[in-house]
Design a protein. Structure first.
Length: 247
């Protein structure tokens, strides 16, 4: 059975505060709060868990917040195989939810060269047909082309790579011919310095990313749904499901 590994280089604890009538510069009382796991790769593992598909969440954690993150995943049955950093703490992202949501995202700890080598040792377990999902931001101090390096490493082992990242973290990895990349509307626009005004624009610029190496390109467009260009050139569109935004 082929395995799915998700990699979150910069995981977080998400601390959400529910506030009413927030006043900047004054003492405010929270109507409640919640603490949950955060990080795009971890969220992929969580969704796979909801679909009864097993995965292994990889990444770096540190300090007491890293311990709490690992415990939260264990409590919901998500398998993890994190590397515990010797210094720092896993970041805490603060989300203030009033009429809208305000996010304050912290910097995460950076892995040393030796700790990064431990990650490669874990990825040596990849076998032909396995999946590796590279998703989320890259901690400061880590090589900006780390996704390219990891994708190339995984591809050489016969694994299929999915990349969900922004800017150079994504474009630098295109030469490795990842199986799928998934920029959103804003990320796609930033890459080309253009505004993505609709589905036709999404397909046009997705084709350009495919021409640079990606086998399949999916662009998520929020309430407008998703546009997918397949390896064989087929274009597919999926409308967004109805529902309230929770996170």
């Amino acid at each position: 059975m082929n395995l799915i590994y998700t990699l979150t280089l910069n995981p977080a604890l998400d601390y959400t505060v529910f506030a009413e009538g927030l006043t900047v510069g004054a003492v405010n009382r929270a109507g409640g709060f919640s603490v949950s796991y955060g990080g795009k790769g971890i969220n992929v593992s969580a969704m796979l868990k909801n679909l009864n598909v097993p995965s292994v969440a990889l990444g770096f954690i540190a300090g007491f917040t890293g311990d709490e993150l690992e415990k939260l995943l264990l409590n919901v049955g998500i398998n993890s195989d994190f590397i515990k950093l010797k210094s720092g703490i896993t970041r805490i992202n603060v989300k203030i939810r009033e009429k809208s949501e305000t996010d304050i995202n912290a910097q995460g700890p950076c892995a040393s060269a030796d700790e990064l080598n431990l990650l490669y040792k874990k990825l040596n377990k990849l076998e032909h047909g396995d999946w590796l999902v590279l998703s989320g931001s890259i901690p400061s101090g880590m090589p900006s082309d780390i996704y390219a390096r990891l994708s190339e490493f995984a591809e050489k082992r016969g694994a299929r790579v999915i990349i969900d990242a922004a800017g150079r973290a994504l474009t630098d990895a295109l030469y490795t011919k990842p199986f799928l990349i998934k920029p959103n509307r804003e990320e796609l626009g930033d890459i080309f310095g253009e505004e993505i005004s609709g589905i036709s624009d999404a397909f046009f610029y997705a084709e350009r990313l495919k021409a640079e190496g990606a086998q399949n390109v999916m662009v998520t467009l929020g309430g407008e749904g998703s546009a997918l260009i397949c390896k064989n050139g087929e274009r597919l569109y999926c409308s967004a499901a109805d529902g309230a935004v929770l996170n």
